[in-house]
Ligand binder design. Structure first.
Ligand code: ZN
Ligand code: ZN
Length: 127
């Protein structure tokens, strides 16, 4: 009778541990999803990789690949530049958009500068 009772406790603890690790995995995959979305990566694929590959290998792969993503190619000459660079060291192409009025860094898809309300004309309208 006592053995049966103890066995029951061990079993419920086991289920708790499984739920706990599933929860960690879920949080990690949500993190991979939101983080990769910010970096314009294939967020749904990364979320699934982190969720489905066992032993957190998916997350490790994501973190390694993500570091490489801190580099991008210059849109003008293709030179490998860091994301934090403001101009291309090879051809002096501006890599960040700057408001012509207040000289603050603005995002590429913004139409209006939120700092000084200047209308931002898109420089690279090739498409
Ligand atoms: Zn360049
Ligand atoms: Zn401005």
């Amino acid at each position: 009778m006592l053995n049966f009772y103890l066995g029951n406790i061990a079993e419920s603890n086991h289920i708790f541990v499984i739920i706990f690790f599933l929860l960690i995995k879920l949080i990690m995959s949500i993190y991979a999803y939101t983080d990769s979305k910010k970096r314009n990566m294939q967020s749904i694929i990364w979320m699934l990789l982190v969720l489905l590959i066992p032993n957190y290998i998916g997350l490790i792969i994501y973190l390694v690949v993500r570091q490489n993503d801190d580099y991008l190619n210059c849109p003008n000459c293709g030179f490998k530049v860091k994301r934090s660079f403001k101009v291309c060291p090879n051809c002096n192409q501006p890599l960040t958009k700057i408001c012509p009025s207040c000289k603050k860094i603005v995002k590429d898809d913004w139409n209006v500068c939120p700092y000084c309300t200047e209308i931002l004309k898109k420089n690279n309208e090739k498409e």
